[in-house]
Ligand binder design. Structure first.
Ligand SMILES: [Fe+2]
Length: 292
């Protein structure tokens, strides 16, 4: 399968043919990036949101929590915040409707994460450290928020008003990344995981799976020879395009772009059509034991 699979879907809410949905699910769970000619259209009022001056302080994105319809990270008055809530709430609803059309087996098991709006330019930004440098190939894993094996399903949309693409590189398949790096990853420590949870460094106790995913994320980014030499596919996501990916599985680097929307969902491995392809099962095969 191509690392980037194009699906001819142009509407968030129109029914999707069963064969197309089956192909989408197969490609998604194989670790492909699904690319759709599907714009997210802003209303005339919302055009004022196309500015990076909305960001408060040194923040790089504005986040939206669908659970309580709240917005964080914006610098503006109540009117602007209401516009952001409206736009991000509609984005959440649109992506959820499409997810349930394309990935019907996830119904009832897929949980909402946050949405984010990223108006700021990626290229030329100086990251806090190499760990924060998303221009290096990596799989997503978050230090403070253990997922205990749950998948990170993410919907992206380029809403850039200046015709600029969002540029990514997509790396090798997850099974290859994992086989390459697993032998050099440090072993997990249940005691350290318990202490980090007690000290509230993590929001819940980090599982062995979370440990290995973070270690993998770090090992990939730290290895500059790997970054330079591994096979990669360049992708330019144009304004008006949607892309959907399991970002814990597809190795990716974000090179440039601004004005992007993102919505995260959490999907249990038990809901997968092909659970054996999930990072949890791949890493468990390498470790020879259960990791959650
Ligand atoms: Fe990422």
């Amino acid at each position: 399968m191509n690392p980037i699979e194009t699906l001819a879907i142009r509407d968030w809410y129109a029914p999707v043919a069963p064969e197309l949905a089956a192909h989408a699910l197969d490609a998604l769970e194989a670790g492909c990036v699904l690319r759709l000619p599907l714009p997210f259209v802003l209303s005339a009022d919302e055009q004022v949101l196309l500015s990076d001056r909305l960001l408060s302080g040194a923040r790089k994105n504005i986040s939206y929590n669908p659970a309580d319809d709240s917005v964080k990270g914006a610098d503006g008055d109540a009117g602007l915040e209401a516009l952001l809530r409206g736009m991000l709430g509609r984005y959440h609803a649109s992506t959820r409707a499409l997810a349930l059309q394309l990935f019907a087996p996830y119904a009832g098991q897929m949980r909402d994460g946050r949405a984010s709006y990223r108006p700021a330019e990626i290229a030329g930004r100086v990251p806090k450290s190499w760990r924060h440098d998303d221009t290096r190939l990596h799989v997503d894993a978050f230090p403070a928020t253990p997922v205990h094996g749950r998948r990170l399903l993410r919907f992206f949309n380029n809403i850039n008003p200046h015709g600029e693409p969002r540029r990514w590189n997509v790396g090798e398949p997850f099974a290859d990344v994992a086989a390459r790096f697993f032998p050099r990853l440090p072993p997990d420590s249940p005691l350290k995981a318990r202490l980090m949870a007690l000290a509230k460094i993590t929001k819940s106790k980090r599982s062995a799976y979370d440990h290995y995913m973070l270690a993998l994320h770090d090992a990939m980014k730290a290895d500059l020879d790997y970054q330079r030499e591994v096979a990669k596919t360049a992708a330019e996501f144009q304004p008006g395009e949607t892309w959907i990916v399991y970002s814990d599985q597809a190795s990716h680097a974000v090179l440039s772009g601004r004005f992007m929307l993102e919505q995260t969902y959490y999907v249990p491995v038990a809901a997968q059509r092909y659970p054996e392809r999930s990072p949890l099962r791949v890493l468990e095969r390498l470790a020879g034991r259960a990791l959650v």
